[in-house]
Every structure is written in structure tokens, then in C-alpha cells.
Design a protein around this ligand. Structure first.
Ligand code: ZN
Length: 236
């Protein structure tokens, strides 16, 4: 059984209700240190995450905007791209953001064997350990796709599986204005975990408008690590 999230990095897929139910059941029953789709609803924090980088031009622009807006984010980088642009990965961490990984080559996990995904996770972990000098614990599966059979393996490698609950599909939005409008029409709530892509040409442009909306709602941006460091079983 696969536990695909709604979509990521590709055109929208039809939602499978059984998968959605399984995903919710896992999120409800597992500690956030193992599997997280959003933070506690009692929080006044939202977390923003960026997938698919680093991108040689867009990620540095995004980092400039994040610094100006005083936002700390989490970047799920692809191992092979990190290997190509290690200085950007080091800059991400040096500026106070969290680095997670997004596999080594971004395959579709549903069409990759368990052994193949094991190799992907190990390879990306090795690349990032070499670049950063320490292990990386946060893992976002490509396309948000998971199979039940792969979960024990991923956890045995001490990885927290991070999905999301807010997906504006920035890669498919025709402009930064459309992306900002998507957020304006859907007010965020405390605990929301937002999926964006640093490879999207719109994310860094729309971010100041999105951030202004977050602050108007009385929320602030927080670190994903505060939600995954502990082992809460409390209200979600
Ligand atoms: Zn991706």
C-alpha cells in the first residue's frame, strides 16, 4: 500500500481516499519525531519548507528574501543537486535554516524497490554529512509518496518523515501573484506545514506577500525542528 500525499513536483494527482485515510491515521497515531504532516494546532507557528533544491540561481535569491523577512525555513534538498552546489547547502545552514533531504535522485518511491529507496536515503544522507559535517535527520519522500513496507527501513536510519498539509502547487502557478492570491484565499492556521519549492520561479517573489499575511493573522514562522525534536502524543 502506498501512502502518497496529494502531490509534489508534478501535476496534481487524483486523491485516493484510502491513502488519505491511512496518512491521517499515521499522523494521528505516530509521534511527530517519526512522521509529521503538520504541527500542533495549539501552536501560533507555521513552518515553511522548500523542496527540490538547491537551485544555483533561485535558492540564493530565496535565501536573501528569507533573511530580509527574518524567516527560518527548512530545505529538503536532493542529494545529487546538493553535491553539485555544496556551497549553497552550507549557506542554507549557516543562515539558520534546517537542511533535510529529499532522496538522492528524486525517483518515484512507488515505482522504486525498498532496497532502491534504502540506497537513495543512504546516498543522500552520506552526501549531506560530507557537506555539512553532521547527519541529517529530516526526510521528505519524493512526491510525498511512501509505502508502508518502506517505513521501518526509513525509521531504522533514524529519519523523521516530513510531509505537509498546505500545498499551493507553486510549480504549477502561472505567476507569483497567483501564488500569493492562493494564500490570501486560504488563511493559514497554527501548526500548518507549507510545501513550496526553491526551484519554483515564483516562491521567492511571492514570499514577502505571504509573510505579511501570516503576520496579519497573528502567526509567525517557526522551525520544523521544534515539532520533531520531541515525542508528543498530545492533541493534533
Ligand atoms: Zn520533489
Amino acid at each position: 500500500m502506498d501512502l502518497s500525499a496529494s502531490s509534489s513536483c508534478q501535476p496534481q494527482e487524483r486523491r485516493n481516499p484510502v491513502r488519505q485515510l491511512a496518512r491521517r491515521a499515521l499522523a494521528f497515531s505516530l509521534p511527530r519525531a517519526l512522521y509529521i504532516t503538520h504541527g500542533p494546532r495549539s501552536s501560533r507557528c507555521v513552518c515553511v519548507t522548500f523542496d527540490d533544491g538547491p537551485h544555483p540561481e533561485l535558492t540564493p535569491r530565496l535565501l536573501d528574501v528569507l533573511a530580509k523577512e527574518a524567516i527560518k525555513a527548512t530545505f529538503f534538498v536532493v542529494g545529487q543537486r546538493a553535491e553539485k552546489y555544496p556551497e549553497i547547502v552550507r549557506r542554507i545552514e549557516a543562515e539558520g535554516h534546517v537542511v533535510g533531504h529529499h532522496s538522492n535522485s528524486h525517483p518515484d518511491p512507488v515505482h522504486t524497490s525498498t532496497l532502491g529507496m534504502h540506497r537513495e536515503v543512504l546516498a543522500a544522507s552520506r552526501v549531506l554529512r560530507e557537506i555539512l559535517g553532521h547527519p541529517v535527520r529530516l526526510y521528505r519522500p519524493p512526491h510525498g509518496k511512501l509505502r508502508l513496507a518502506d517505513l521501518p527501513l526509513i525509521w531504522s536510519l533514524q529519519q523523521t518523515i516530513v510531509l505537509w498539509n498546505v500545498d499551493p502547487k507553486d510549480f504549477a502557478q502561472p505567476s507569483a501573484v497567483h501564488l500569493a492570491d492562493w494564500f490570501a484565499s486560504r488563511p493559514l492556521r497554527g501548526g500548518d506545514l507549507i510545501l513550496l519549492h526553491d526551484s519554483s520561479p515564483h516562491a521567492w517573489v511571492a514570499l514577502p506577500t505571504i509573510a505579511a499575511g501570516v503576520r496579519r493573522s497573528g502567526l509567525h514562522f517557526g522551525s520544523l525542528e521544534q515539532w520533531t525534536r520531541w515525542l508528543p502524543m498530545g492533541p493534533r
